[in-house]
Design a protein around this ligand. Structure first.
Ligand code: EPU
Length: 419
């Protein structure tokens, strides 16, 4: 039910896009690695199942807050299609499996609802480290002689996934690896922190060039997952859209600098607190242009939420999507609520409307789902969002958190919609 002003505080847990890779990195060290601040989300369950099938023990302590992964001496090295098709991020076991086992077989994930997603940089980089990589029967089959060897790699684009694959492959390779034009996301810095703690030697963390000196082996550790900047950003945009006053805890506003600056341009007051930040909005937002770029640019994972904001803003805004070509698909759903959005290639022109009107809509991916929830919070009447399982993949306890901030929201099992 739209129309409630969100107010109060919400605590963010660890980042989905970090914890999945941290779980994969645990494979590099025999013994028990423990991760804390683990979000209670579906993708963590899928990754846990994948690790179990590789031979690991995976234990949850409390409702998803702490996960311990016990890695045996000998691992299986195949990630099956039935899991990879459910979670594309499963590809992140490729690097660690190759490094640990000298072989990895990982199902090709294919495209998804946000577009085709290449793996060419993962493959070329692994080849530079001495691996042989082939595509057979829908699987990437990678092998290497005993140990990978250090090498020089240039990424054509600062891909998050390729940076992670190559980093995890290089930390135990023989010799030095230099990877240039790497991604610099806080999640990459987090995985570097874990690996360094395990005994890896990595220079240039947080810059565009990583220099990795291979070590013989890594040890298991306890590691706290970096906070989820995209979940924090989603709450910040929700506060601005609902003329709310929301304090976001356990979050580093430095990880959201561009997005928070855009909210200030839209008219919000953003104040930094010791353990997070607060967003207050007291007037209809102004439309703001947004261009998605690799970090530290504006994150593509907040683009749908920002289109939702612009759809009720005063004025018109141009939103440019540079990472995932199909991420504008969701605007057709937003249009069902009355939003005025025109897309042309990777640009979307959003003309703000004073009102949206509630309607049934379908979430097609995690962030599209988040964008639709935000729009539903401000639309007149009731918005029913189908496909919320997408939200389960990335937002832990979303409905309770919304209720805690004063939203009128309910989760309904699909069958009961017809009773
Ligand atoms: N790309 C290639 N070849 C490659 C690798 C990437 O062409 O070898 C292209 C992709 O097709 C895409 C672009 O480069 O168009 C960006 O891909 P990148 O590798 O940077 O992204 P990713 O690792 O596949 C992660 C997050 C995404 C997030 C992006 C960008 C995970 C599990 N996923 O994806 O998160 O949008 O980085 O920041 O970490 C989400 O959480 O909703 C989500 C999609």
């Amino acid at each position: 039910m739209g129309g409630q002003r969100l107010h109060g505080s919400v605590r963010v847990t660890g980042a989905k896009n970090s914890v999945l890779k941290l779980m994969a990195a645990a494979l590099l060290a025999q013994g028990t690695t423990t991760l804390t601040e683990v979000p209670d989300i579906l993708d963590v369950e899928i990754m846990a199942e994948l690790l179990r099938r590789l031979g690991c023990g995976v234990d949850h302590d409390g409702p998803g807050r702490r996960v311990s992964i016990t890695v045996p001496k000998t691992l299986a090295h195949r990630a099956d299609y039935d899991l990879v098709r459910r979670m594309r991020a499963s590809i992140c076991v490729l690097g660690p499996l190759l490094a640990r086992c000298g072989a990895a077989e990982v199902a090709l994930p294919g495209g998804d609802n946000i577009g085709s997603r290449g793996l060419d940089m993962h493959i070329l980089g692994l080849q530079k480290l001495g691996a042989e990589v082939n595509n057979e029967h829908g699987y990437l089959i990678a092998t290497c002689q005993q140990r990978l060897t250090g090498g020089s790699i240039w990424l054509d684009f600062p891909s998050v996934g390729a940076t992670e694959t190559l980093l995890m492959a290089a930390v135990t390779a023989s010799g030095v690896t230099v990877i240039e034009n790497v991604a610099r996301e806080p999640e990459i810095v987090d995985i570097c922190a874990l690996l360094i703690n395990m005994g890896a030697v990595i220079d240039g963390v947080g810059t565009s060039t990583l220099r990795i000196e291979g070590v013989d082996h890594l040890d298991p550790v306890v590691h706290r997952t970096v906070s989820d900047r995209i979940v924090a950003g989603t709450w910040a945009i929700a506060a601005a859209m609902t003329l709310g006053d929301v304090t976001i805890l356990n979050s580093d506003p430095m990880h959201l600098q561009v997005a928070l600056d855009k909210l200030v341009d839209a008219g919000a007051q953003v104040s930094v607190l010791p353990d997070g930040f607060r967003v207050i909005m007291d007037k209809r937002p102004l439309a703001v242009d947004v261009v998605t770029l690799p970090y530290p640019g504006f994150p593509t994972d907040l683009q749908p939420q920002f289109i939702a904001l612009n759809s009720i803003a005063n004025g018109a805004a141009l939103v440019t999507e540079n990472l995932f070509e199909a991420r504008f698909r969701f605007v057709q759903e937003l249009a069902r609520l009355g939003a005025d959005v025109r897309t042309d290639g990777h640009h979307a022109l959003v003309r703000g409307r004073a009102h949206l009107s509630g309607a049934p809509v379908e979430a097609t991916d995690i962030r599209a789902g988040a964008g639709l929830v935000l729009a539903g919070l401000v639309a007149d009447g009731t918005t029913t969002i189908y496909g919320v399982s997408h939200l389960d993949r990335g937002y832990s306890d979303f409905v309770p958190a919304l209720l805690g901030l004063g939203a009128h929201v309910d989760r309904i099992e699909a069958d009961s919609l017809f009773t």
